[in-house]
Design a binder for this molecule. Structure first.
Ligand code: BEZ
Length: 211
């Protein structure tokens, strides 16, 4: 069975474009995004890695380390990175794992045989500072991921880790959040001094508490 939310993210050592990396050492006490792509020198993957690099400051601001993976070898990664930098007007600033023996792909169930017998699908895992898996998304090879959405989820995860709130549909940083059902309205009024708007007894909003 593949990984599920809340499971411990399997640790590994892997060869990358930045040398050998131990996942847990690489992440330290921060957050991580581990994401696979089907193959080097392919168009959608080129845009995905470029877009991730362009968002490097946004990931850093949130204390998130990024790590990409495919089953292609290191020399291919190095050559391809030059193309990504050139065509996407960026500098790839995160390591790419050369998972030739498919150790990482197997640990994270990134090969879906009914999609492709050999290539990794577009899997993405957000890993928390406790090394637990916080988000899993899987996209087909034909659809590039939205890395602004990944940042949005990280904002939600980081906020909800330390406040008794959840974030509504399409929420972005700065917008009102939802008081979790476990907190009574009476307690919510004490807990959230910026105010609680009760739309229904089970649907209560408060301004984002950490601003
Ligand atoms: C791509 O990254 O463009 C791609 C990779 C595998 C299949 C289809 C598209």
């Amino acid at each position: 069975m593949g990984l599920r939310l809340g499971d411990a993210a399997p640790n590994f050592k892997a060869q990358t474009t930045a040398g050998e990396i131990d996942l847990y050492e690489y992440l330290g006490n921060g957050w991580g995004v581990l994401f696979s792509h089907p193959a080097d020198y392919t168009p959608v993957c080129t845009t995905e890695l470029g877009r991730t690099a362009l968002l490097g400051d946004e990931f850093a601001k949130r204390n998130v380390k990024v790590l990409a993976v495919s089953i292609d070898p290191l020399d291919k990664h190095h050559g391809w990175v030059k193309d990504i930098n050139e065509t996407q007007n960026t500098t790839v600033n995160f390591p790419i794992i050369a998972d030739e023996d498919r150790n990482v792909a197997t640990l994270y169930d990134m090969i879906h045989p009914n999609a492709s017998a050999t290539a990794t699908v577009r899997s993405l895992f957000i890993i928390g500072p406790d090394k637990a898996v916080k988000l899993i998304i899987t996209y087909p090879a034909s659809t590039g991921r939205n890395f602004v959405e990944v940042l949005r989820v990280i904002d939600s995860l980081q906020l909800t880790a330390s406040h008794s709130v959840a974030t509504p549909a399409n929420w972005t940083h700065g917008e009102d959040v939802i008081v979790v059902p476990a907190v009574s309205t009476e307690d919510a009024i004490k807990k959230f001094p910026k105010g609680v708007k009760v739309v229904k007894p089970y649907l209560r909003y408060t301004p984002q508490p950490d601003l």
